[in-house]
Design a protein around this ligand. Structure first.
Ligand code: HH2
Length: 330
């Protein structure tokens, strides 16, 4: 198992965390010990702090907002909201996000798989219409299927978000390598139908880290260069509330792998439970709290439903930390 190093993230002093404009760390936790960064080996220190490569032309020195556009009838919080292509385009515009993440298959707990042709028919017209409307925001296609990813890329998508990290469809990594696009590798345990049936880990952070290291190596072996890979601990995918909280608490541990870090916690069940909000759409306050926490642990991409509110919160966080609120020069 990977030896876990958890940067103690702070603002103001030490080395930058994950190439961030605002988050720094002067010490790390390793097991029970706290080490000053001058006691870290240079390779580890470099991996933890090196600037991350730009993604689809966007720098990752500040957190970027990925707005969720679900074109599904059954997503847990917004399923069925978008009943026409025109409504999806209007939503894409209203999200005003740095990235758009478009999905045609719900991966909520208990969801049934969607046939490939059906999933393609949901996402392709929406991507084509977004591009035809002149919206140039980078689009990520949220799918586990290589044929859906291929059709979405043909229609104008720029990167692939695979919640199975290439384990669902053996053709996914070769497609991504061949097309030369970035991919987000997310940790999940089990499939959506069964993943919440009593998930168990000895040490959830170490095990998720190890799994992502293995998938990262598999993606590289399939010809996807490291500078086109994003990683994600997969909040809510085969995890209890305690697992989610442990992953968020030690989020900075994931910087040790090197790639940019994406976090998707928006409106998820643990936010409703802890924040006492039964309806997913009532979970904005808790979702913002988690997004800001993740940003202050150096997360590079925040996958959210409420992108306008999240962008506003991040601008304030950046301004208060002296990093400027504006995106001028991006
Ligand atoms: N969460 C969901 C879907 N895709 N992708 C990444 N990389 N990370 C996530 O945490 C993640 C994801 C589930 O949320 P949502 O899309 O809102 O719901 P549904 O799966 O029901 O469509």
């Amino acid at each position: 198992m990977t030896a876990m190093i958890v940067p103690i993230a702070n603002t103001g002093a030490g080395a930058v965390l994950g190439g961030s404009r605002v988050v720094r760390f002067a010490a790390v936790r390793r097991g029970p010990d706290v080490l000053e960064i001058d006691r870290l080996d240079p390779v580890t220190l470099d991996r933890l702090s090196a600037p991350r490569p730009a993604l689809c032309g966007l720098t990752l020195d500040r957190p970027r907002v990925m707005g969720i556009l679900n074109v599904t009838p059954d997503s847990f919080s917004d399923g069925g909201d978008l009943e026409s292509v025109a409504a999806a385009v209007a939503r894409a515009r209203a999200l005003a996000a740095d990235f758009l993440d478009i999905g045609g298959e719900s991966t909520r707990p208990g969801a049934m798989p969607v046939p490939e042709a059906e999933e393609r028919a949901r996402v392709v017209p929406v991507i084509e219409a977004i591009r035809a409307a002149g919206i140039a925001t980078p689009i990520s296609i949220d799918t586990r299927k290589a044929s859906v990813a291929a059709a979405a890329l043909d229609a104008g998508a720029d990167l692939v978000n695979d919640v199975s990290a290439g384990t669902y469809d053996g053709a996914m990594f070769s497609l991504v390598a061949e097309r030369g696009v970035p991919i987000c590798l997310m940790h999940a345990r089990g499939d959506p139908q069964t993943m919440q049936d009593d998930p168990c880990y000895d040490d959830v952070v170490a095990e998720v880290l190890d799994h992502l290291a293995t998938r990262l190596a598999a993606a590289e072996a399939a010809g996807i260069p490291r500078d086109r890979i994003v990683i994600d601990p997969g909040i809510g995918f085969g995890k209890t509330q305690e697992h989610n909280l442990a992953l968020l608490r030690d989020l900075a541990a994931f910087h040790a792998l090197g790639p940019p870090l994406l976090v998707g916690a928006s409106r998820k069940r643990f936010i409703g439970t802890i924040g006492r909000a039964d309806a997913p759409k009532d979970r904005l306050g808790g979702s913002l709290a988690v997004a800001l926490h993740a940003a202050l642990q150096g997360a590079h991409l925040l996958r959210v439903h409420d992108s306008v509110a999240t962008t506003q919160a991040l601008r304030l966080m950046l301004a208060m930390n002296g990093a400027g609120a504006s995106d001028e020069g991006d």
